[in-house]
Write a protein that binds this ligand. Structure first.
Ligand SMILES: [Zn+2]
Length: 236
């Protein structure tokens, strides 16, 4: 580590977003937290991206799903910190895992990565779109363009304040600009996959604009109510 890095590390110590312990400058998540949050490659449905699924999917507009972590254990504070307290380590960590998993799945070379958009006013308040940070990490590692100028969100209602039906309605407020994505192979990236309706709506827009293939990549997939043993749906 050079002197500048050492000084920066003293001023702004690098901490694990899962457990808050100090990390070296190169680390993003400590080993125990990484192990607790990663979902195994065969531990989720590669069609819908959920951990438990009935295999009777509603119409899915994305072709395959790649996920990195389950919304449990250390991933809960890590996602919260990514959204609320500017500890962005989890974006780098999950983006790297997603890039590796996309490559290992042999889905072929993608043309671009598109993050699920955030409403501009919400982005102004937060300062960044966390889905875009994950997408940018993936894009760097996969040597692909990350395009934030294709999809947009026109209304800002926090998903977690809505019930499932309202959520399904709310996702209708995504839109697509008049930019051709004809015949393109696209990775659509988000931070959290809950019901999957957001991913599905964005994929539907891309497909309706001519995209050939959409792979949904999510840093985190939630644990369904049945798996949580009636503790209630996971709130984000
Ligand atoms: Zn940790």
């Amino acid at each position: 580590m050079n002197l500048k890095m050492s000084v920066l590390n003293l001023l702004y110590p690098n901490r694990c977003p899962g457990c808050d312990r100090f990390l070296s400058a190169q680390e993003t998540v400590c080993q125990p937290c990484a192990e607790s949050m990663l979902v195994e490659q065969n531990g989720y449905c590669h069609e819908c991206g959920k951990i438990t699924c009935s295999r009777q999917h509603k119409k899915l507009y994305y072709d395959k799903a790649v996920v990195a972590c389950r919304y449990d254990h250390a991933a809960v504070p890590a996602v919260l910190k990514l959204k609320k307290s500017r500890n962005l380590n989890f974006a780098d960590f999950s983006g790297k895992i997603l890039a590796e998993r996309f490559n290992n799945a042999e889905y072929g070379k993608a043309d671009m990565i598109i993050p699920v958009p955030m409403h501009p006013s919400k982005k102004r308040i937060r300062g960044y779109n966390q889905a875009a940070l994950i997408a940018q990490k993936m894009a760097t590692l996969l040597d692909l363009p990350c395009r934030e100028d294709i999809l947009y969100k026109s209304k800002s209602v926090s998903q977690h304040t809505l019930n499932a039906w309202q959520r399904a309605k709310n996702v209708e407020n995504f839109g697509i600009h008049d930019i051709s994505v004809k015949d393109l192979h696209i990775i659509l990236c988000d931070d959290v996959l809950t019901t999957g309706s957001t991913m599905n709506r964005c994929a539907e827009l891309l497909k309706s604009a001519g995209a050939a293939r959409v792979i949904a990549a999510s840093a985190v997939t939630t644990v369904l109510r049945s798996e949580k043993n009636k503790q209630g749906e996971v709130q984000i």
